[in-house]
Design a protein around this ligand. Structure first.
Ligand code: HAM
Length: 422
């Protein structure tokens, strides 16, 4: 029979991948705690309209990459109704409005870790299902929080051991100054439309900022294009200046990137992406975010300033592998083995060690001791607890599987012995 394989653009996380993923997720959770973010979870699928309104009809995520879903008996209408979430921000803001969270003492600091879905052409570092660590601060106009979030992302990469992540920052203005900037881009690119890709010519009509995002845009055309920072209104300019001053004051490595416009339409003012130094050309941002002061209103709520970021966990793990980042040592594993039909004793001893917080793998077989020891080593155990007659006096054999040294100790002594304290 033909084998069934995982869908294209998805990956299985196998046990050997787990240590890096555990590290990334644990750090995200710990930083969320240290930066006083509270957990929020929203559904994996939402109304299509949430994304088309929130992220913009002309964003790639909506126009090309929407992952539609329907029930087993789903009609065409149902299929048109729901999509797997391509990103978390729209769902979080929907929940913020739906639960009247604006009455809570703000600004709200919300965080989520979970899978996102974009029906894109898969390639290295680009998947149809991928995970993000997302943080959002809702109800804070900045600019201090803008710098705080960039500092948080910086710290995530630094504590992970990815010391060469650089923040690219830009300001793309707001409803007051964006129209004039859009027009300046349209006027400029219209003069060079013969040098644009079909995609960019189309974007020029619906979303001219995204032309700057075209990877095939000729460098001289990109260089000569109007810069958003030259078209900011006074308020946006002051905001951006303040963010840059704070980044300088905090000595956070950053570059002002005039081509950075972000792929989702909800952004206003501060926009940023994190890129691994030396890999800029590949445009594989490892994280990105920005301010979205107009999104709550766009989704039917009251006007609420907000900012957040999403860090790609798959790309973080890939970067850790590429740079051979060291992982923290794992806690020692203990195998519990025995000499005969003593499984009740083995399970009892395993239970006591687990109560003491130790990771334990009892051997459930009746094989010879030697075979059980071999199996324990192969399974990665550092120690074997050998259950025998001495158990009657509360003692067991403890074997160090790396040195081969063995002694008889009481069960209470095991935790200290294996953690090397005595
Ligand atoms: P985004 O830039 O679309 O922003 O995605 C954030 C990160 O998710 C990217 O920098 C990348 O590391 C990862 N990512 C995106 N697409 C893929 C993919 N197909 N495969 C693997 N990794 C991917 C957002 O999603 C915004 N919601 C961020 C945000 C939060 N802005 C404000 N608040």
């Amino acid at each position: 029979m033909a084998k069934i394989t995982a869908p294209r653009g998805t990956r299985d996380l196998l046990p050997e991948d787990a240590p890096a993923w555990n590290r990334v997720e644990a750090l995200a959770r710990d930083l969320s705690r240290r930066y006083a973010f509270e957990r929020i979870e929203t559904p994996l699928f939402e109304r299509v309209e949430l994304f088309s309104r929130g992220l913009g009809e002309s964003s790639d995520a909506v126009e090309k990459e929407m992952f539609r879903v329907s029930g087993a008996t789903g009609s065409e209408e149902e299929r048109a109704e729901w999509a797997l979430r391509p990103e978390p921000t729209a769902g979080i803001v929907r929940a913020f409005i739906e639960h009247g969270m604006h009455v809570r003492p703000g600004p709200l600091r919300l965080t989520m870790i979970g899978p996102m879905f974009r029906y894109d052409r898969p390639q290295a570092g680009r998947y149809r299902q991928f995970s993000q660590w997302d943080v959002e601060v809702i109800g804070d106009p900045g600019p201090a929080v803008d710098a705080e979030l960039i500092e948080l992302a910086h710290r995530f990469f630094a504590e992970l051991g990815l010391t060469d992540a650089v923040a690219h920052v830009n300001s793309i203005g707001d409803a007051a100054c964006r129209p004039a900037y859009r027009q300046a881009l349209v006027d400029y690119f219209a003069l060079h439309s013969d040098r644009l890709t079909d995609d960019s010519r189309r974007r020029l009509e619906v979303n001219p900022l995204r032309v700057l995002d075209d990877k095939q845009l000729a460098p001289d055309l990109a260089e000569g294009a109007p810069k958003s920072v030259d078209h900011l209104c006074d308020d946006c300019r002051a905001h951006f200046r303040a963010v840059l001053d704070l980044l300088d004051a905090l000595e956070l490595r950053h570059v002002v990137d005039h081509r950075l416009v972000r792929g989702l339409d909800y952004y206003t003012r501060t926009a940023f992406e994190f890129v691994i130094a030396g890999r800029e050309g590949q445009q594989q941002a490892i994280g990105g975010g920005g301010r979205y002061d107009g999104l709550a209103e766009l989704l039917g709520g009251r006007s609420t300033p907000a900012i957040g970021f999403g860090i790609g966990l798959d790309r973080s793990v890939l970067a850790m592998e590429e740079q051979a980042v060291a992982l923290p040592p794992v806690a020692p594993l203990v195998a519990v083995i025995g000499t005969g039909d003593d499984h009740a004793d083995r399970l009892r001893v395993a239970g006591e060690l687990r109560t003491a917080g130790i990771a334990v793998r009892p051997d459930g077989s009746d094989r010879k001791l030697g075979k059980q020891l071999e199996a324990a080593s192969k399974a990665g155990a550092g120690w074997a607890v050998i259950v025998g007659e001495e158990l009657a006096t509360g003692r067991i054999g403890l074997k160090d599987l790396s040195s081969g040294a063995q002694e008889t100790v009481t069960l209470n002594e095991v935790p200290d012995r294996i953690s090397g304290r005595s």
